[in-house]
Ligand binder design. Structure first.
Ligand code: UDP
Ligand code: MG
Length: 139
């Protein structure tokens, strides 16, 4: 397995509910390293660029409304196989289908309001990390 970086978001639902600390604790316990972390509020334009692959889809406006409704916590995570490892910790997109003990099962509400984001491949991870973090913020 290779040392990878991936991009993670604690979405507005989980931040508002006070679950950011528990999610960060789960990341630290998993062995993934946090290389960058910040709390920000997305604009619609930033959200469109980030979710460019979904902009034309039927659920996009609802997704943008959700992702901009309040602050998020975003992170760059690093570790062996970090992309798959973080996706495994999160669980399936729809919390109803997510395995017991996963973050989306514990903290998600439905397929839209699902508590966390994680990059799905090396290409999207590289794009997403660089979209939100500059080099000096990754330490
Ligand atoms: N989403 C949604 N409805 C859908 C599919 C996705 O609202 O039918 C939202 C959900 O918040 C999801 C995000 O759009 O996390 C991105 O979708 P994707 O299929 O990339 O899922 P993910 O990679 O986040 O598991
Ligand atoms: Mg995705």
């Amino acid at each position: 397995m290779a040392l990878e970086r991936t991009f993670a978001i604690i979405k507005p639902d989980a931040v508002a509910a006070g679950h950011a600390g528990a999610i960060i604790a789960a990341i630290e316990k998993s062995g993934l390293s946090i290389r960058g972390l910040k709390r920000v509020r997305l604009s619609g334009d930033l959200c469109k660029g980030f979710y460019h692959e979904h902009v034309a889809k039927g659920f996009y406006q609802e997704l943008e409304d959700f992702m901009t409704e309040g602050p998020v916590v975003m992170m760059c995570l690093e570790g062996e196989g970090a992309i798959a490892k973080w996706r495994d910790l999160m669980g399936a997109t729809n919390p109803a289908n997510a395995a017991e003990g996963t973050l989306r099962k514990q903290y998600g509400t439905n397929i839209g309001r699902n508590a966390t984001h994680g990059s799905d491949a090396p290409g999207s991870a590289a794009f997403e990390v660089s979209y939100f973090f500059s080099a000096f913020e990754l330490v």
